[in-house]
Every structure is written in C-alpha cells, then in structure tokens.
Design a protein. Structure first.
Length: 235
C-alpha cells in the first residue's frame, strides 16, 4: 500500500531523515518507535505532504506522493492525526465529521449515519451535538480519529494517539486500531512511545534513530535487539 524509498529531509544543517526505506502492506499496521527527535513526525509530514522531501520516493498503491499538496494526498486516501489534535473547536462533533465528508457522493442522511457510526465507535456519540472545545484533549484525539475514518482512507498515519489519553480511553483506542485493517480495509502507520501498545498492535516495527532505521522486525525481534536495548531503551 505504502512504499517509501531512500527518503531524505534536511532542515538547515540538520539531516532529519537520512534515507528511509519502508513498506506498509495492505491491511497491516506498521509501528514506528524511536527517541525524541529521531525523525518520526518528520517522516509522517513528508508522507502526507506537509513537508516536501528533499529526495527519495513515496508511493501509495503505486501513485507517487512527493510534490503533492496535503489536500491532494488526503484525496488519494491518506488520513492523518496529530500529537496535538487538530479538530475544529467551534464546531460540534457532528459538524466536524461532516466537514471530513465534503465531496463524498452521499446523501446528508448517509453522511450523518457514517458520522454517528464512527462517533459511536470512539464512545462519543452521546456528545455529538457538543462543541469540540468542550471535550478533553484525549476525547479530541478520538474525534480526530473518527473524523479521518469517515473519509474512508486507505492508509492512516497516527502520531502518538495514546499520549494524553486516559488508560480507559487508551484501551478502547487499542481495540479500535487493531480492527481497522481487517474491518475497514485500511493500513496504519502508528507512531508511539507506548511500547506495550506498539508491540501488541504492530505487524512490523521500525526503530528510528537520528533519522535512520536502527532496526526493524516483529515485536520479538525488536524487543530483543541489542542495538535497540542499548540505544533506545537505555537498558
Ligand atoms: N520544521 C522544522 N524545522 C527545523 N527543524 C525541525 C523541523 N521539524 C523537525 N525538526 C527537527 O528534526 C528532528 C526530527 O524531529 P521529529 O519531530 O521528526 O522527531 P520525532 O522522532 O517525531 O520526535 P518526538 O518523539 O519528540 O516527537 C529534530 O531534531 C527536530 O528538531
């Protein structure tokens, strides 16, 4: 679904990405871990068009993405959430959901049904007529996830979805992310410092360090890799 080759990005004198290669097969979850500043968010920003990569290639199901604007990447089927959720504060939750369906070939009733379905999935249906600004930061993260899902994406990029989310909501979120590939036919790139969730959810994991991939593999491989233990886990 997603293929990244030799992706490089520099900010002035800082080489933030030093040639990243990765593949996310259809209906799988790629976990991304790494120390602060290792380039995880920069990589997501290059994939969804916030930053223009200096070199390399990014393809979604064979479609090249580099050089496309954020809205064009979204229209090709990539949804994105942020460390600090970007929901429309002065809109109700239903209005937030509807904005994400602009251009969808669906009636108002169909759009409302889909909005309600996803708000229910994230446990916020009862608050559908509340303004987003009335919700906690953790709840806003759930709204953001629900909002990207109503656009029926082929791939979603989740940046620290569990940070600032209380344990009960986090458990619900883990269950929800786990079923997204199979039930909704969507691949996931999951950036998180929460190793337990990453190990539990990911089909494949990459460990980033100073803009490069330090190691990769399944949870067992990554957990036991001496370079990861030394560089990332510090133990
Ligand atoms: N717009 C920017 N301008 C200059 N430097 C930037 C910019 N964005 C990121 N960087 C730098 O690039 C490096 C990688 O940052 P990035 O945010 O991608 O790391 P990260 O792995 O997501 O970190 P964290 O876990 O703290 O979110 C850091 O040194 C950061 O300061």
């Amino acid at each position: 679904m997603l293929a990244v080759r030799d992706l490089k990005k520099r900010f002035g004198g800082l080489q933030a990405l030093r040639g990243i290669d990765l593949d996310v097969p259809d209906r799988t979850i790629l976990g991304v871990i790494g120390m602060n500043g290792s380039g995880k968010t920069t990589m997501l920003n290059c994939i969804n068009g916030i930053y223009r990569a200096d070199s390399g290639s990014i393809q979604l199901a064979g479609e090249p993405l580099i050089g496309r604007e954020v809205h064009q990447v979204a229209a090709l089927g990539i949804g994105r959430t942020f460390q600090v959720p970007r929901v429309f504060q002065r809109m109700t939750l239903m209005e937030n959901m509807d904005v994400a369906q602009v251009g969808a070939r669906a009636s108002e009733a169909e759009r409302d049904d889909l909005s309600a379905y996803w708000l229910d999935k994230v446990g916020l249906l009862r608050l559908r007529h509340n303004y987003a600004e009335e919700l906690s930061g953790g709840q806003q993260k759930l709204v953001e996830l629900a909002r990207i899902m109503v656009a029926k994406p082929r791939l979603i990029l989740l940046d620290e979805p569990f940070a600032g989310v209380n344990p009960e909501l986090a458990r619900m979120l883990i269950g929800l992310i786990a079923e997204i590939p199979v039930e909704h036919g969507c691949s996931v790139v999951l950036v998180s410092h929460d190793l337990t969730s990453i190990y539990q959810l990911s089909h494949h994991i990459i460990v980033m360090n100073e803009g490069a991939i330090l190691t990769q593999g399944n949870a067992d491989t990554v957990r036991s890799d001496p370079a990861v233990i030394e560089a990332y886990l510090g133990a």
